[in-house]
Write a protein that binds this ligand. Sequence first.
Ligand SMILES: [Zn+2]
Length: 127
Amino acid sequence: MTKTEVATAGGEERRCRWCRRALPVRTGRGRPKEFCSQRCRQWDWVSRQRAADLEISDGELIIARRELDELHDQLYMLACAVDDTERDLADTGTRATAKELREMLDWLLDAAKPLREAQISAPSGPS
Ligand SMILES: [Zn+2]
């Protein structure tokens, strides 16, 4: 997402209530959008229903362990890539070749990309 795509309303960025991605700038009248997609609207609704069923607060969320594990794995991979890249940059200093910098960047991007597309779905019902 480029800077120009980031929505602002009164200087405040508007974000999807579910996935927290920036919402497009509102044009025209009507209620401002709260979700970036129908899927996010649905997941938010389902998670609120589940919260109500389980009598937990609106601020709490049930999440499938599989999805949390996956997110933690992706965060850990990114953390390792950041550490490696910082170490490599410190080691090479200003002598890093274009090829070396390219390899560092590729490794960092490979680690970051899964998070670029990551989405957390609503919890499924009791089963
Ligand atoms: Zn969304």
